[in-house]
Design a protein around this ligand. Structure first.
Ligand code: SAH
Length: 357
């Protein structure tokens, strides 16, 4: 059965043809999708066609299962329910330059990063392109506001769901669809090297964000099992290739964990490492520092703002721009995976407070 939200306009044409409808009907259908309209409510289609279309496709728009609204900054965290009952999370954040939605790419995750709540129960399944898109549509419907930026930093590893993610990127950028520019989309990866190299060839000016989190293989392997498959040298070489193909600045994410990777010598090692790879080719890089969100099961401890600022200063001193990420939605646990895990009884449940639905 076709997943209507996952289809390209040309595929909708084929589908409509199979239902005996003319080409222009496909354009009408595609135009409805960005507003989250179910086929039965596509009022400019003949009633009989609406019904047959509704019967012929799967409707994968997520529904709001629960939501938390931050009393501090209005950040909205959604627990979305998918057509098969699985749940994922998305976070809606308001910035001066527009609204950003952080979306999930898989139900669960199999990367096993030691500090992350999303991976506690492994990967259940990939999200379809329609389910990726559906998170944006559902958040726009619920808030009544437009999403102008998308970050793929929720649950899952986007490059472990490559084909669907690529299809999603083409769909979300479509001028008759949500029409979100590639430059307003970031994709975050734990470092799936062959897929970074594939992505470099796709010619999409999205921002690649790489979760580095340590400057030595010993430290990185201890917190990110993927480093045993593709080490820092392989990862950064892929980033160099990515830059050379796209000329897009690469962002590195670095989660600061007290006593593990947050010392001055760690900052110096990180700065020197990035300079070694990117200075010779004149590639700008940026480091996003995130103080770890404490997840009960992981025993990782968050350090102070002052030590994060000192870490940033050491990087700046070495010529690397770094920012300490502001924590939006701190009061609602707006970090990836924590709500789904709570739902599954894997971590503390915050649903009793701040819950709207
Ligand atoms: N799988 C992708 C994207 C999802 S995670 C990736 O690994 O990049 C988005 C970012 O949040 C990653 O940098 C991830 O390492 C980080 N992250 C995960 N758990 C965290 C936690 N408890 N505290 C701080 N950052 C965390």
């Amino acid at each position: 059965m076709y997943d209507l939200l996952s289809l390209y306009p040309t595929e909708i044409e084929e589908l409509m043809a199979s239902l005996g409808a003319p080409k222009y009907r496909a354009k009408q259908v595609f135009a409805w999708l960005k507003s989250g309209t179910h086929p039965r409510d596509m009022t400019n289609l003949p009633k009989e066609l609406r019904e047959r279309l509704g019967d012929a496709v799967r409707w994968s728009l997520p529904t709001v299962e629960r939501k938390l609204i931050s009393a501090v900054d209005g950040t909205v965290k959604y627990l979305f329910r998918l057509h098969d009952g699985e749940c994922i999370e998305s976070v809606f954040m308001r910035y001066e330059h527009g609204n950003t939605l952080c979306i999930s790419s898989q139900v669960g995750c199999r990367m096993g990063c030691r500090f992350c709540a999303s991976t506690l129960t492994g990967r259940v399944r990939d999200l379809s392109a329609g389910e990726l898109l559906g998170q944006i549509i559902a958040a726009e419907c619920d808030t009544g506001e437009r999403v102008s930026n998308v970050v793929m930093m929720g649950i899952g590893e986007p490059l472990d769901n490559y084909d669907n993610v690529l299809r999603f990127l083409h769909l979300v950028n479509h001028k008759d669809g949500l029409n979100i520019g590639y430059r307003h989309i970031s994709l975050s990866t734990s470092g799936v090297v062959p897929r970074i190299l594939s992505l470099a060839k796709e010619d999409l000016p999205i921002t690649l964000s790489v979760s580095l989190h340590a400057a030595s293989d010993e430290k990185r392997s201890a917190i990110m099992p993927i480093n045993q498959k593709w080490n820092i040298k392989e990862l950064l070489s892929a980033c160099v290739a990515y830059y050379e193909a796209t000329r897009r600045r690469i962002s590195f994410e670095y989660t600061l964990i007290l006593g593990k990777n947050d010392g001055k010598e760690d900052a110096r090692a990180l700065g020197e490492l990035l300079n070694r790879y990117f200075k010779p080719i004149g590639a700008p890089v940026h480091v996003n520092l995130i103080r770890v969100n404490e997840v009960k099961e992981t025993e990782m401890v968050r350090g102070s703002v002052a030590s994060a600022n000192a870490f940033a200063a050491t990087l700046e001193h070495l010529g690397i721009t770094a920012t300490v990420r502001r924590r939006l939605g701190a009061d609602i646990d707006a970090a990836c995976g924590q709500l789904r895990a709570a739902r599954m009884g894997k971590t503390e449940d915050k649903w009793n407070e701040n819950t709207e639905k």
